[in-house]
Design a protein around this ligand. Structure first.
Ligand code: ATP
Length: 246
């Protein structure tokens, strides 16, 4: 497919990415695409290389081999902690990442994440969930088409996590936002994803791709499909001979 045609579909392509630290290969042959208006989860055990991969895809780190093709200008990054600057208001925190951007958009984005009434609040005046919504708003103001989220809701309670997962689903539908969602929580991945990529092995590879979108009816999975998806994930994560495909 030529570049022009791809522009309308893929917004990012990872081409055979590999990464070594101190001559030890951590990641090998990581190839996948992200399309407009989809949520992809990257699921894998702790320490496997998920954050390293996200850093490579976002340009923070360089791959040892392979390349990243980005068909959009910028990517927003939501970290585990909100990283809002305590001496700035929510509005100022968001404005800071894109000084030349349209200032009216800040208020618009705050409205999108349900924080329009809190623009002049300082981070300490907001709850953990609100601060994390603020950091999603900041990432969106920086780059409105694709967000990378690195275990971004890990420190929140179950209720707030679901609220934020629902926010990602709403933003996908309302503005076509795509997300690459790094997690080691199977339930979280099943709940929010159109596709799940399971990363495992030494070096880590994508050992399973599960397409969930086509199985959802009106956004919901049948119990049978959900059980089958969970089984496939567990199988990929715990199977000893990980190269053996089902
Ligand atoms: N700059 C670095 N130098 C050397 N080794 C590194 C560096 N960054 C990461 N590593 C190693 O690469 C491996 C993958 O780390 P990474 O943080 O990407 O894993 P992860 O899957 O995101 O883990 P977690 O789920 O615990 O956040 C680890 O063994 C880590 O020690």
């Amino acid at each position: 497919m030529d570049k022009k045609n791809r522009l309308h579909k893929e917004i990012m392509v990872s081409q055979a990415i590999g990464k070594s630290f101190n001559n030890k290969v951590i990641l090998e042959g990581i190839s996948f695409s992200i399309y407009k208006k989809e949520i992809v989860s990257l699921l894998g055990p702790s320490g496997i290389g998920k954050s390293t991969l996200l850093n490579i895809l976002s340009g923070i780190e360089k791959p040892t081999v392979g390349k990243v093709e980005m068909f959009i200008e910028k990517v927003g990054y939501v970290f585990q902690d909100d990283r809002l600057l305590p001496w700035l208001t929510l509005f100022e925190n968001i404005r800071l990442v894109n000084i030349s951007g349209n200032i009216n958009m800040v208020q618009e984005i705050l409205k999108t994440v349900g924080l329009e009434a809190y623009a002049n609040y300082y981070p300490y005046q907001l709850s953990g969930g609100m601060r994390q919504r603020g950091s999603i708003a900041r990432a969106m103001y920086y780059a409105g088409e694709l967000l990378f989220l690195d275990e971004a809701f890990k420190s929140l309670d179950e209720y707030k996590r679901i609220e934020l997962l629902n926010l990602l689903l709403t933003l996908k539908e309302s503005i076509g936002l795509s997300s690459l969602f790094v997690t080691h929580d199977i339930e979280e991945a099943i709940y929010v994803s159109d596709r799940i990529l399971v990363l495992n092995g030494e070096p880590a590879k994508i050992i399973k791709e599960i397409n969930i979108k086509e199985k959802r009816i009106e956004g919901k999975l049948s119990l049978k499909d959900e059980t089958e998806i969970r089984r496939k994930i567990l199988h990929s994560l715990y199977e000893k001979t990980i190269n053996k495909e089902e």
